[in-house]
Design a protein around this ligand. Structure first.
Ligand SMILES: [Zn+2]
Length: 290
């Protein structure tokens, strides 16, 4: 059992010949939880079951968050090193799923989009991913989220690209819009904290995404998420990514990424990936128990 941020994580590690000591696997789970706690101010659920299954090879192979429990199962290669676990994003992605209620299947893009977007931002805010790594990942990934011909909007186009990266692009645009509408005082993070503070988590099933977005908007005093959803839910709105990167001050050529500090939204781009303080209302780390 790991006690972290006032929540209990019940960990079961499949008996296998992991090359790493069990303690290293527990430390990875705790570190991943801490990244999520730093973003949301607390772990999304009071308790969760974590199942670590053994796989061949090295690295974290796959993960799945399940409403029942709630439970997060991850497959980890038995030959994994500390560095493999340090580089992992899968467990954080699954933990982020715990922080949003289950929505009807047509809105699945918001569940995956949040997990993709927040995973990168939360790691940057925690100082475990550089801003260059985050934006390079977004510059590479976001084009997958653009509508193709025949697209009927996010709620009606359940392709891989639109689900994961279309959802992530929605989250980036929402983060920018919330910051604009609130004069930089509020962010997507505040909106999502509002959702869990209102008592929602993955163990809840809601009938309507707009009702959850309204809760999130209320937390920031904006109508950013609701407005963006109305625009993107059932129409294939063209999004000029090149113009967006330009406004944010991101110049990328091949593998090279350069930041332009004079771009109109350069300050916002820096704020999105800035390392944040650790206001988790935790005394300190000494009372972690396993
Ligand atoms: Zn996912």
């Amino acid at each position: 059992m790991i006690s972290v941020g006032g929540s209990r994580l019940n960990v079961a590690i499949e008996h296998a010949e992991f090359h790493l000591p069990k303690q290293e696997i527990l430390d990875w789970i705790r570190r991943s939880a801490e990244v999520v706690i730093r973003y949301y101010r607390r772990f999304p659920t009071k308790q969760a079951y974590i199942g670590v299954r053994a796989a061949q090879g090295a690295g974290v192979k796959s993960g799945r968050a399940i409403r029942h429990g709630p439970t997060v199962n991850v497959s980890v290669g038995v030959a994994s090193t500390v560095d493999d676990l340090e580089d992992d994003w899968v467990l954080i992605h699954e933990f982020i799923h715990l922080a949003f209620p289950r929505v009807p299947q047509r809105h699945h893009w918001i569940e995956e989009g949040l997990a993709v977007y927040v995973e990168s931002i939360a790691r940057a805010n925690a100082g475990t991913l550089t801003s260059e790594q985050v934006w390079r990942g977004f510059v590479r990934g976001m084009p997958h989220g653009l509508p193709r011909s025949g697209d009927r909007g996010l709620d009606f186009t359940p392709t891989w690209g639109r689900t994961y990266w279309g959802g992530a692009l929605f989250c980036l645009l929402a983060d920018i819009e919330i910051r604009k509408q609130s004069g930089g005082k509020m962010t997507l993070r505040d909106a999502l904290r509002g959702v869990i503070n209102a008592g929602f988590d993955m163990t809840d099933q809601v009938d309507s995404l707009p009702s959850v977005l309204a809760v999130a908007d209320a937390a920031t005093g904006t109508a950013a998420l609701t407005g963006l959803y109305e625009r993107m839910k059932d129409s294939a709105e063209a999004i000029d990514l090149a113009a967006l990167w330009h406004q944010l001050g991101i110049d990328s050529q091949e593998e090279k990424l350069r930041f332009n500090g004079h771009a109109p939204l350069a300050g916002m781009r820096a704020a999105i990936t800035a390392v944040t303080g650790t206001h988790t209302h935790e005394p300190d780390n000494k009372d972690f128990t396993y």
